[in-house]
Design a protein around this ligand. Structure first.
Ligand SMILES: Cc1ncc(COP(=O)(O)O)c(C=O)c1O
Length: 420
């Protein structure tokens, strides 16, 4: 039987996956410092949060390629909350960010065309591009006390088949926002080479307090009201750099969704905000309509409920922000006790990176942590770090577990030979 090369033929689990499966079977309880599912870290969601899904308006099916007007307006308002103007007719709804990438690759790329992706970054890019027969070419992010784009590496990665530049802000796992100068540099390159800019801004609602360098014009503090357990809850929007839609001269797409912004991945509602000059946006939307009309993948109840969920979800967002902030400060504090380990500065998002002595391979270290210490962390090479040794941790775990897990991790990583 012939199977497509879009899917890898070697499906054997890697060493880490095997060790993880083994550790899960053992009697010892694992501390999972890779957890990325906000619904399973004891945040305490308001029990009536999903009540809007039962609205009788969802009894009517009205198929619309870009989604229902009411939901697109809710997304437009959500952009406005962050100070970004995206009219509802430039909003496209999808079931997830992964699906948003897929429709954009279908829009922009022929088979074999290329997109530029940041490195280190999100490991799913390798699969997402391959599933659409697109090639991912890396450009570098460099760390020098904070992360920035190596603009020369972007330029040298461009070929005649490059169609788009992808940026993740804040990035998973480096936690770095694309700042004003980096955004301007990427936008200039896109304009010069006729490329689209795709900004994955799913974590933009989670700047770590006092960790984002504040520049003039971005210190606006905005308040929004949400409901928490029947009470009104106010949200303070922390300063963050402008997103990709602020560069108005090029075709740009901003990706977001309920999965991160209000911690509800199970609802499957993502979106794409489209920006740029009318003569580029018009033809892009026309073609996107053909793609989206072929799938019609977003369910009606979540669209009808989108506005209400975004309002009441403020309470969940606040809890996630409080959780990641607390855990990040714990990490800052604990890492100081181990001079051979360095916490790389994060500005936002749900992950953090710790550089550890490269006395053994990252793979040996993460497997030892699993087998000897019952702690799950990711190795840097999963995220395409250019060299060893880095460990990646989620900032979502329950704080007590996080503290215990990080202590075990640092203790092991700082020991002269990891396996001892
Ligand atoms: C950078 C980044 N983009 C997108 C996603 C996925 O979002 P969604 O659940 O909307 O597909 C993730 C999930 O971890 C992510 O880390």
């Amino acid at each position: 039987m012939h199977f497509s090369r879009r899917v890898p033929s070697d499906l054997a689990p890697n060493r880490f996956a095997l060790a993880l499966a083994g550790a899960r079977k053992s009697a010892r309880r694992l501390i999972d410092l890779t957890v990325s599912n906000p619904t399973q870290v004891g945040l305490g969601y308001p029990h009536d949060l999903l009540a809007p899904l039962a609205d009788a308006a969802a009894l009517v099916y009205d198929p619309q390629p870009f989604g229902l007007r009411v939901a697109r307006e809710a997304v437009s308002e959500d952009f406005a909350r962050k100070g970004v103007h995206v009219p509802a007719d430039r909003v496209v709804l999808t079931a997830s960010t992964s699906e948003a990438y897929s429709i954009l690759f279908k829009l922009l790329c022929d088979p074999g065309d290329r997109v530029l992706v940041p490195r280190p970054s999100y490991p799913l890019f390798e699969h997402l591009t391959r599933l659409d027969d697109v090639e991912a070419e890396g450009y570098r992010l460099e760390y020098h006390g904070r992360w920035s784009v190596d603009v020369d590496s972007v330029r040298s990665a461009i070929s005649a088949r490059t169609r788009a530049i992808l940026a993740v802000s804040p990035n998973n796992p480096t936690g770095s926002f694309l700042d004003g100068p980096d955004l301007a540099a990427l936008a200039a390159i896109c304009a010069e080479h006729d490329l689209a800019l795709i900004g994955d801004e799913v974590f933009a609602d989670f700047p770590l307090p006092d960790r984002v360098p504040v520049r003039a014009g971005q210190a606006d503090i905005v308040r929004q009201r949400g409901r928490q357990g029947g009470h009104e809850a106010a949200e303070t929007l922390l300063p963050r750099p402008p997103g990709v839609l602020s560069s108005q001269q090029i075709l740009a797409f901003s990706l977001g969704g309920l999965s991160k912004s209000v911690g509800l991945p199970q609802l499957k509602l993502g979106w794409v905000g489209v920006g740029g000059p009318d003569d580029l946006v018009g033809p892009a939307l026309g073609r996107l309509e053909v793609i989206c009309d072929s799938y019609l993948s977003v369910g009606t109840p979540v669209q009808q409920a989108a506005g209400a969920l975004m309002t009441s979800g403020v309470a969940v967002r606040a809890r996630i922000l409080a959780r990641i902030s607390e855990n990040y400060e714990t990490l800052v504090h604990l890492t100081r006790r181990y001079p051979s380990c360095t916490l790389l500065a994060a500005e936002g998002g749900w992950y953090a990176v710790v550089q550890v002595p490269a006395t053994a391979s990252e793979e040996d270290l993460v497997v030892t942590l699993l087998e000897e210490d019952a702690v799950v962390v990711y190795p840097g090479y999963f995220f395409d770090f250019p060299r060893e040794a880095f460990l990646i941790v989620s900032l979502l775990p329950v704080p007590d577990e996080f503290r215990t897990g990080i202590t075990r991790m640092l203790e092991r990583a700082a020991s002269p030979v990891h396996g001892d």
